[in-house]
Design a protein around this ligand. Structure first.
Ligand SMILES: *Cc1c(COP(=O)(O)O)cnc(C)c1O
Length: 233
């Protein structure tokens, strides 16, 4: 193995151990929680290393980079998660390669995603991104919890989109456990209406334990596996 592969393997072991420990702590079976490795800013060669190490799910947040990497790694059979801000004029193109679109936060995205899925000839899994920011916060990304019922219904009614659950990012400046506890309530309400929408994508390198304690089924981990990203984002 190259030095880079050794480094990634060691980091991946440590993250898998953190997930196992957090599951034990929460009294959950460890196969309750899936790892999505966030590969943004890292090259396709790292994605190959990850696939060799048994990673099945990878996440990207910028369309052009994601599209190119997914094409370069098409032979690996990975599930590609799109986790970034989504422009409606790019949504159809994202649905052409993303198996899961985690960042659906407004109704305007639903039509283009559905058209993209039809062009691809495959179903696309959808998570609704919900904002955990206090109402009125600037730069909110994610739908307000009050807007979820309508958004969920639109996804369910769209051809070839499968409503699978929710995604969220803990806001800066708040204990992630407090934020993820609110998320657990929002999820409970969604699942009451949509019993199949049980996925909860929450938790990153810094707060995956808090997310698992609050019911996350998917954690999105970048830097703890691949190292620090370049400063420019
Ligand atoms: C970059 C990113 C992550 C991974 O963050 P790390 O702190 O590097 O683990 C998770 N979720 C989203 C939405 C991201 O953009």
């Amino acid at each position: 193995m190259s030095g880079r592969a050794d480094e990634i393997a060691a980091n991946l072991d440590a993250v898998r151990r953190r997930i196992r420990d957090a599951c034990t702590e929460a009294g959950r079976p460890e196969d309750d929680v899936s790892l999505v490795v966030v590969t943004k800013f890292f090259p396709a060669s790292d994605v190959r290393v990850l696939a060799d190490l048994g990673v099945t799910d990878v996440g990207e947040n910028r369309h052009q980079e994601a599209e190119a990497k997914a094409a370069e790694c098409a032979d690996l059979g990975l599930r590609w998660h799109f986790i970034g801000g989504l422009q409606s004029n790019k949504a159809a193109a994202v649905a052409a390669y993303a198996d899961v679109v985690e960042s659906v936060d407004r109704a305007k995205l639903v039509g283009p995603l559905s058209r993209g899925a039809r062009a691809r000839g495959a179903e696309v899994d959808v998570l609704l991104q919900v904002s955990l920011d206090p109402p009125g916060a600037d730069h909110r990304s994610g739908a307000a919890p009050a807007d979820l019922p309508d958004l969920a219904r639109r996804v369910v009614e769209a051809d070839l989109l499968r409503l699978r659950g929710l995604m969220a990012v803990a806001p800066l400046g708040e204990d992630p456990r407090t934020a993820f506890a609110r998320l657990a309530d929002v999820r409970e309400e969604l699942v009451r209406e949509h019993p199949g929408a049980t996925v909860l994508s929450a938790g990153m390198s810094g707060d995956l334990e808090a997310a698992i304690a609050c019911g996350a089924t998917h954690v999105r981990v970048g830097s703890a596996v691949l190292g620090p990203r370049p400063a420019v984002q």
